[in-house]
Design a protein around this ligand. Structure first.
Ligand code: HEM
Length: 402
């Protein structure tokens, strides 16, 4: 479409409606620099309301979005999350302990198990083993609800998809409200360092704390936005690395030497470049707005194309489709040419957290196991909802494990 129609082109279908795709670095930079009042993003996301709740950061626009974003940003700051590295490593190690030579593992599934437990312990701050186990069972059922079920909303009893969703959600909510009540009651809560405790202590500019409902909605939002995305990126990292022997060798040598993380950073960036799990981010102008010589009406859906920018031959020459971490060692990409986490005031608040999780999980796996791709062919890029997955889940055979 870009080749045929240029850097802004239109598609229209019965699911997404009319969308104007923007596939030019300069224009995407302009979009990401729009002021918060210049655009909205929440309307097409309202379908998620039964899962994330009305107060979810994902569903807010304008001043209410900025207030909530300011409250949520500090706990996700790079320095604030560094101490989770040990917890992530412990959870990853436990997962790897279950592997034997000859096993077939799907690295995305491994990533899902690890990132889910990290969410429960580091974000929700739950440590009681019974409650961790129950949440591990219940949360994936909440976050993987089918859009069809969300649209239909027909409660035909506890065994029907919507009925079982509602009952599961009620139980998860009950558990989260119990956690929140316990923290509010516990005098030592200032010493806890999980994200829920930090959010409980947060105050807006008028000195108001988050309400229980807001806290619940943001915890589920973090789960929904952060769990699958990070796990899938871990799956893609292995899908690419296991098919690029020089990169795998270089990275494994760096991990085993344990003295630097330069190549690791480059390999993670290159994974998120060639296989971004979210391919576009949407902006809808609040006033008539000019972009690239076109005038867009308020409410028009503009999509900054992450995948087209990150595979643009002008930005990533030569061979933009090749997985070659070295390109990040040779020099930083132009600003706004690497945008897997979006940009501007809607940029992903969990980017540092995701990068840390990816790094530790990949590190633990490469330090302890030797993997090979289950088949030589690249895994297909498969669309699921809003994320893009490796067709076989980043499938690998365990050759050896220590
Ligand atoms: C590799 C993993 C991840 C990727 C690729 C990713 C990507 C994205 C993207 C593209 C957006 C939309 C940005 C925009 O519209 O400009 C976003 C938003 C968001 N992400 Fe992530 N994300 C990841 C992990 C996480 C994690 C781990 C968390 C939380 C711990 C998280 C929390 C959020 C939230 C709350 C938003 C909404 C921000 C807002 O609307 O102000 N994400 N993410």
């Amino acid at each position: 479409m870009r080749k045929r129609y240029g850097n802004i082109f239109r598609t229209s279908d019965s699911i997404a409606g009319e969308v104007f795709h923007v596939a030019d670095r300069d224009l995407v930079e302009q979009m990401f620099k729009w002021k918060p009042t210049d655009y909205n993003v929440a309307e097409p996301r309202q379908i998620m309301e039964p899962v994330v709740g009305q107060a979810s950061l994902l569903l807010l626009d304008g001043d209410r979005h900025m207030r909530m974003r300011k409250l949520m940003l500090p706990p996700f700051h790079g320095q604030a999350i560094a101490h989770y590295a040990e917890l992530i490593a412990q959870i990853a190690d436990r997962e790897i302990n279950g592997w034997s030579p000859g096993d077939t593992v799907r690295t995305r599934t491994v990533g899902q198990a690890i990132t889910l437990e990290v969410m429960i312990r580091a974000v929700f701050g739950v440590s009681d083993p019974g409650r961790v186990a129950e949440l591990k069972r219940r949360l994936p059922r909440l976050s993987s609800i089918s859009p069809v079920v969300l649209v239909m909303q027909k409660d035909l009893g506890p065994l029907s998809p919507w009925g079982s969703f509602l009952r599961n959600r009620d139980r998860v909510d009950e558990m989260l409200y119990e956690e929140i009540a316990q923290r509010r009651a516990a005098p030592g809560r200032g010493e806890r360092d999980d994200i829920l405790s930090l959010l409980l202590a947060a105050r807006d500019e008028e000195g108001n704390p988050l309400t229980d409902k807001e806290l619940r909605d943001e915890l589920i939002t973090i789960l929904l936005a952060g769990h699958e995305t990070t796990a899938t990126s871990i799956g893609w990292a292995f899908e690419r690395l296991l098919r690029t022997p020089p990169a795998l060798e270089c990275l494994t040598a760096e991990v085993k030497a344990g003295d630097s993380s330069e190549y690791m950073d480059a390999a993670i960036k290159e994974t998120l470049r060639v296989r971004p799990v979210i391919t576009e981010v949407f902006r809808s102008p609040t006033e008539p707005r000019e972009l690239g010589g076109y005038l867009f009406e308020p409410g028009a859906q503009l999509a900054a194309s992450i995948s087209l920018l990150q595979s643009d031959p002008d930005l990533y020459a030569p061979d933009p489709l090749a997985f070659r971490p070295e390109r990040f060692l040779e020099g930083a990409p132009e600003p706004y040419a690497w945008i897997p986490f979006g940009g501007g005031v809607r940029r992903c608040i969990g980017a540092s957290f995701a990068l840390l999780e990816m790094k530790i999980v990949i590190e633990r796996i490469l330090a302890r196991a030797q993997l090979r791709a289950s088949r030589a062919k690249d895994e297909k890029v498969s669309f699921r909802g809003i994320t893009v997955l490796p067709g076989r889940g980043g499938e690998a055979i365990v050759e050896s494990v220590a």
